[in-house]
Structures are given as C-alpha cells and as structure tokens.
Ligand binder design. Structure first.
Ligand SMILES: Nc1ncnc2c1ncn2[C@@H]1O[C@H](COP(=O)(O)OP(=O)(O)O)[C@@H](O)[C@H]1O
Ligand SMILES: [Mg+2]
Length: 348
C-alpha cells in the first residue's frame, strides 16, 4: 500500500504531499489543473508512463529538477529525480541509487483507468490486442518470450515467402517455418485461451455494471482459427493460402490479427454501443485485468482512476469499490463521494 506521495517541481506542482491514510482514497479538485498529473506521478514510480511524455515535460516549466517520492506501508521509500538539462532520470530506494527493474520487482502492480481508455473500443483493433497482450505479459513471465520468438518466426517466414516470390528459394523451404510457426502459435493460443475463458466466466460482473439492462451478454474472441482445433485449422489455412501468401509475402493468419468484441443482446459493442455501455465494458475489462493478474501472479495491485465522474457514474463507482474491496484504490474526481465514511477524501 502507498502511504504517501511527495512531489517537488513535478509539472505544475511546487511542493505537495498527499497522505493516503485509508485503502480507498479520493482526490477531489473541481478544476482542470492537478488530477491527471497526480496519478501520472504515481504511475511513473511504478514504471508506467501512461501519458507517454518525455522527461523534459515532467519538470515544472520554471525549474530544472523534479522529484517524486512514495512511501510504502513498510516504510520503504521509492523516489525518482528528473533532470531537465540532461533529459535524464535517476531512481532510488531509501535514497540509494537503483534500477527500474528493481522497482518493478519490489513494488505492486498498478492498473490505471483513464479517459483515454475509451479509445480501446472506438479506435483500431490493435489497442484491444495490446490490452490482451499486456495482461498476459504481466501475468506470465514466459508469455513475452514466446511472443518475441513468434514475431521472429513470422518475420523469417515472410522473408522466405519473398525469396520464393523472387525465385531465390524453393517452395518447400517454407515447410520448416510453417512447422515452427504452428508450434509457437499454438503456445500463444494456450495463454489467450486462459484469459478468454476467465473473461467469459466473469460476464455477470458486466451485467451488473450495465445495471441489468441487457439480458444477453457475450465476450467474443474474433479469430480466423477454429479455437477447438487450433493446430489443424492453422495447418489447413497455411496450405490453402500459400500461393497468396507468396504473392504478398505476408503471413495472414496469426494471433496478432485477432480481436475481441462484446455482444450486447447480440449486437456488436464496437459497432453499436452507446458511450455509457462502452464505459461500462472498459471498466469491466479493467476490473478483470486486475483480478486476472492477481490470480495468476499473487501480486498486490493498486488501482488508479483518473477523473472518475467524467467517465463513471455512481453505479460504476459502487461496483468498482465493491469488486476491488481488498485493493488500494486512488481516484481523482471533480466531486466528493459521500456514500462511505471509510474513504479518505483529499481536497486539493
Ligand atoms: N512541466 C510543466 N510545468 C508547469 N505546468 C505544467 C507542466 N506540465 C503540465 N502542466 C500543467 O498541468 C495542467 C494540467 O493538469 P492535469 O493534472 O492534466 O489537470 P486535470 O486536473 O484536468 O487532470 C495544465 O494546466 C498544464 O499547463
Ligand atoms: Mg485530467
């Protein structure tokens, strides 16, 4: 658990300290100058840069150095200093220099729910694929290794396809790459399958988030592959499409062109849903991300919500606090929640 956060010259802060005395914390400020920056500072300590900004923009415009520090409930202090001129950062545990890897090893994981997440259902499928891959990366150490190997195999297979097209290789050279491709793809699907069944099993939470307004809800994993017979369907696909693959020298069947959708009374969320429904689904996905990573890794998770009321209403808020009752949650918002006296409310 995070006990406190200290900021010095971080973005528009000069000196600021937050005390998180409870598990559930609300940071309330009805203006547009501090909320996201506060959560960004926390996320940087956890080695996530959710706004993807350069060091240089993190330092207050009128200063050369910025400093973020959190103290954990075991009294350990994790700090980062930013140097504008050198465009560099330094990390410390109890003021002893260390590495980002060490931070990740020791610290909890964080999950951030922010307005930008809405893009996941509005923009390209690649955001949804990244979402799935990120969860699996965070959960299984081997997943990122398998993924890397897999990408290399695809690259090599495509190279051979090009060589065949250019008459520099014979057609049967592809057999070796088809075999290794198949093996890796099957491994990737095994992990995806674990997550897919988890998401399907927990659809009832989404029903609740949608206030029981929708009777039939389904999580749908979209793929060209027959999930019940992965090996054979990939094999058949590769053989059937070899000539086309050679012409365009790309491998057109792979876990990385898969996608997912949510069916609300048989209608596709991606194509039909209202903003409120989409918000509910994203929140559901984030809650399940938390539950899944925790289940697999046994790691503690801290949940950050940026700008609660621009994204969620009271039904969502109540369910979120309920579903993640055992987690530390830090929420920024434009108005206070008065439903629970145990919440720590910080007015900026
Ligand atoms: N390096 C910086 N120095 C000074 N101010 C900054 C810096 N970076 C961002 N800001 C200011 O931070 C403010 C945005 O704060 P933010 O936390 O995103 O607000 P909100 O409460 O709406 O989430 C803007 O006014 C911006 O000018
Ligand atoms: Mg904001």
């Amino acid at each position: 658990m995070i006990k406190s956060l200290k900021l010095k010259n971080f973005r528009n802060f000069e000196n600021k300290e937050f005390l998180f005395v409870n598990e559930k914390n609300f940071i309330i400020w009805n203006n547009w100058v501090w909320k996201t920056n506060t959560l960004e500072a926390i996320s940087l300590i956890f080695q996530k840069n959710f706004l993807n900004k350069d060091v240089i923009n993190l330092v207050n415009k009128d200063a050369n150095f910025a400093f973020i520090e959190i103290e954990k409930d075991d009294w350990k202090k994790f700090s980062i200093s930013f140097d504008r001129e050198k465009n560099a950062k330094k990390l410390f545990i109890n003021w002893k220099a260390t590495t980002g890897k060490k931070f990740i090893e020791i610290l909890e994981k964080i999950i951030v729910f922010q307005p930008m997440d809405m893009n996941m259902m509005y923009l390209s499928p690649s955001l949804r694929r990244d979402f799935i891959d990120d969860i699996l990366w965070s959960s299984f150490e081997t997943y990122s290794k398998i993924n890397k190997e897999y990408k290399n195999i695809v690259k090599n297979r495509n190279k051979i396809l090009k060589n065949i097209k250019d008459w520099k290789a014979s057609k049967n050279e592809i057999n070796f790459w088809d075999e290794v491709f198949l093996k890796k793809a099957v491994e990737i699907y095994k992990y995806r399958e674990i997550l897919n069944s988890f998401l399907s099993e927990k659809i009832s939470i989404l029903k609740e988030l949608l206030n029981f307004k929708i009777k039939n809800i389904e999580y749908k994993y979209i793929t060209k592959i027959d999930i019940n017979d992965i090996e054979n369907s990939i094999k058949t696909y590769l053989t059937k499409n070899l000539d086309r693959d050679i012409i365009i020298w790309t491998t057109n069947i792979w876990p990385h062109i898969d996608d997912f959708d949510i069916l609300l009374d048989w209608n596709s969320l991606i194509n039909f849903a209202s903003r409120w429904e989409t918000k509910s689904v994203i929140l559901w996905l984030k809650i399940l991300e938390t539950k899944f990573i925790e289940k697999i890794t046994w790691k503690e998770i801290i949940f950050l919500v940026d700008d609660l009321f621009s994204e969620l209403d009271e039904i969502h808020e109540k369910l979120l606090l309920n579903e993640l009752w055992s987690k530390q949650i830090i929420i920024t918002s434009i108005k206070a929640n008065n439903s629970n006296n145990d919440n720590n409310i910080i007015y900026l």
